[in-house]
Design a binder for this molecule. Structure first.
Ligand code: HEM
Length: 393
């Protein structure tokens, strides 16, 4: 952890007395800079249009949907965090993603857990194939990119204006403390760097992974795609999709809830601590015990969901064709440490996905659709696949 963050900084740690203050600040400032705002929705919609525009031009070639989805989501996270709009052909998002894909097996593998438990092993790094050295090099590169983006935001920062991005809100807080002669407290550079990295780490691969899974399920279930297209055509037609449309797009919401149930995007989840003695299923758990909540245990429990492995949006539709929101499906977790980006993620996924369905027709690249199989890592995602995409209008 020392290598990854230079200490217990950032927004996710379980046993961290700064977490409460920093989470509160992040929630407030992300809300201020536009989570849930029409302006952010416009940014997301523009990214969605850019994706469909590129897909429309694929001219019958097999398409790996990852590249364009990744650029769209990367752009949104970069925008919210640093206020930087990236060109769709930018090199930052693919490079940053590759660094994080390379970091995952090094930082989360069994060897690294061993090193965390017995730090003296670090001295023998070269005998083990230098995993620490390789990890440090990747972290240094990722840090350099984050610092560069913070500096760009800082150069454009005017403390008299209302902040429009997370880093500005943080810088304003730093300045406020300085002007009032207060100690810096937790508003220092290590914290801003790590929080910005957390927003990327938590908000990028998760959202990209679920949107890729949406496209894969579409080619595996053509009858579902037809129903989705009919709903979007009937309710929206050709006008632009807004997040508020989710109230009328019942089948689309059912589809996405099924994706949230089966996606299990953070299988390892974050370590948390119980705050009081408790009992679950007859097991007594003392206050202060480290726990690792596993939502997939509920999402795939046959006692809760009939044939849990079967992809079936209809299970979330009532007899009148209305969407049934299911409180047992909690991909963003629940409680005081639930996902900070839930509002943004739900909006991004809905607006992008509904825009895809509105504008594109998805079919398998071969006669048989690609299987729904997963890669495991910190964020679980469907394995590489390609599809054919044709324009709908
Ligand atoms: C589909 C997309 C996403 C899923 C499924 C997801 C899921 C989760 C889950 C399960 C947690 C752990 C909560 C817990 O420990 O109880 C979490 C934490 C977090 N997420 Fe997300 N997330 C997503 C997108 C985002 C986005 C877009 C952002 C921000 C840009 C974000 C920021 C965070 C942060 C900062 C935390 C740590 C919260 C804390 O420790 O207090 N996430 N997320």
């Amino acid at each position: 952890m020392e290598i990854m963050s230079g200490g217990l900084y950032g927004l996710v740690f379980e046993d961290n007395n700064i977490a409460k203050e920093q989470r509160k600040f992040a929630l407030k400032s992300l809300h201020e800079v536009g989570f849930g705002s029409a302006a952010l929705e416009d940014t997301v919609h523009n990214c969605a249009l850019e994706v469909v525009d590129r897909w429309r031009k694929s001219g019958g070639e097999e398409v790996d949907v990852t590249e364009n989805i990744m650029k769209a989501i990367g752009n949104v996270v970069w925008n919210v965090t640093f206020g930087i709009s990236l060109e769709s052909d930018n090199k930052i998002v693919p490079e940053f993603r590759q660094i994080h894909l390379d970091v995952a097996p090094l930082s989360g593998g069994p060897l690294m857990m061993f090193i965390e438990m017995f730090p003296f092993i670090r001295k023998f790094d070269f005998l083990l194939g230098s995993p620490m050295k390789r990890l440090q090099a990747l972290v240094d590169r990722s840090d350099a990119m984050i610092v560069d983006a913070i500096e760009t935001a800082e150069n454009n920062f005017n403390p008299d204006n209302q902040p429009t991005l997370y880093v500005e809100a943080f810088l304003r807080e730093m300045k406020k403390n300085e002007e009032a002669g207060k100690p810096k407290g937790n508003f220092h550079f290590e914290q801003i760097r790590n929080s910005a990295a957390t927003l990327w780490g938590a908000g990028f691969e998760t959202t990209v992974g679920l949107l890729r899974m949406c496209c894969l399920e579409l080619v595996n279930h053509p009858e579902v795609l037809r129903k989705l297209q009919k709903e979007v055509d009937d309710v929206i037609g050709e006008r632009r999709i807004r997040y508020d449309d989710h109230k009328q797009l019942h089948y689309t919401c059912a589809f996405l809830q099924e994706i949230y149930r089966l996606g299990n995007v953070l299988p390892i989840n974050f370590l948390r601590k119980t705050t009081q003695n408790t009992e679950i299923d007859g097991f007594r758990i003392a206050s202060g015990t480290t726990v690792l909540p596993q939502f997939s245990m509920v999402h795939s429990d046959p006692k809760e969901f009939e044939r849990p492995d079967y992809f079936c949006p209809e299970r979330h539709i009532d007899d009148e064709g209305k969407f049934i929101k299911d409180p047992r499906i909690t991909p963003f977790s629940i409680g005081k440490r639930a996902c900070l980006g839930e509002t943004l993620a739900r909006m991004e996924i809905f607006v992008l996905f509904a825009t895809f369905v509105q504008n594109c027709h998805f079919t398998p690249a071969g006669k048989v659709p690609p299987p729904v199989e997963f890669n495991y890592g910190f964020a679980r995602s469907v394995k590489h696949f390609t599809v054919n995409i044709e324009p709908r209008n």
